[in-house]
Design a protein around this ligand. Structure first.
Ligand code: COA
Length: 245
């Protein structure tokens, strides 16, 4: 099935091109449950630029390597690092990974299995469609650890789940199941672990039957419209809609 495969510099992210204009982005630190470290942030940024700039890529599947996790959150071993490491990190973090992610005009499907904690949920929230395996375990532990989400969790989750549910999840930090994630509206579908990859790929292929221009327009109007008063958002919808006619 795979037509070609490129590892981007370091192995914390794998980026593969598949048939049908699909790119697969794999968070690739299975030994650390795909915890999101600075290196991974840089490599995700590179992969997202490849998605943005490659006209042959029409859609993206995001997944975690191994069987145990989508992503177990920020890499806790990087916390409390020395001043020089902190400076190095802040320089790297100047790359606006989340801004780039949210600005992509190509559909992104997340296939979530195992632990999906903290930044793992934020990564999933930045995708357009989220499908979970019945093994998935979710949670937002940041506040309990003395900080707050830093990858859009405080802003994207209220849009998906509402303010009340978001605050409940952030303030209690409690773990929840795939079934609960479905009930909350965090994921749109739960499938058995063995079916996850195939189902997520099928969902992406189905989406990609639509013209890229219409997919991009739908993403743009929905996300830009959220920041606008209703009348302006409706006008944006009309304007963008007429460009497709
Ligand atoms: N940062 C860095 N390393 C992590 C990690 C994280 N967020 N989550 C897991 N790991 C590493 C563990 O240190 C361990 O590495 P080791 O084998 O070198 O010791 C490996 O991943 C496996 O994790 P382990 O804790 O042994 O597995 P478990 O099944 O007992 O527990 C979790 C799984 C997810 C419950 C547990 O790892 C955990 O609580 N992780 C932290 C989650 C978290 O708070 N994330 C931060 C969000 S801001």
């Amino acid at each position: 099935m795979s037509t070609d495969s490129i590892d981007i510099e370091e192995p914390t992210v794998k980026y593969e091109r598949r048939d049908g204009g699909i790119a697969v982005l794999t968070l690739n630190r299975p030994g650390a449950l795909n915890a999101f470290n600075v290196q991974m942030r840089d490599e995700v940024f590179e992969a997202l630029m490849a998605v943005r700039d490659d006209d042959e890529v029409r859609g993206v599947l995001v997944r975690g390597a191994g069987d145990r996790a989508f992503c177990a959150g920020a890499d806790l071993s990087e916390f409390g690092s020395t001043p020089s490491q902190a400076i190095a990190r802040s320089i790297r973090w100047e790359r606006d990974v989340w801004g780039l992610w949210l600005s992509l005009n190509k559909p992104i499907v997340a296939a979530i299995q195992g632990y999906c904690l903290g930044s793992g949920i934020e990564i999933a929230a930045a995708c357009d469609v989220r499908i979970a395996a019945d093994t998935a375990v979710f949670g937002m532990p940041e506040v309990g650890l003395g900080f707050i989400p830093a990858a859009g969790g405080t802003q994207l989750l209220p849009q998906l789940l509402g303010q009340g549910r978001t605050l409940e999840l952030l303030l209690t930090g409690h773990r929840f199941t795939a079934k609960e994630a479905l009930h909350y509206g965090l994921v749109s579908e739960v499938v058995s672990h063995g079916m996850l990859e195939g189902r997520a790929m099928d969902a992406l292929r189905t989406i990609l039957q639509a013209p890229s221009s219409a997919l991009a327009a739908a993403k743009r109007v929905v996300s830009e419209g959220l920041d606008l008063p209703l009348a302006e958002a409706m006008a944006l919808e009309r304007r963008v809609g007429t460009t497709l006619a």
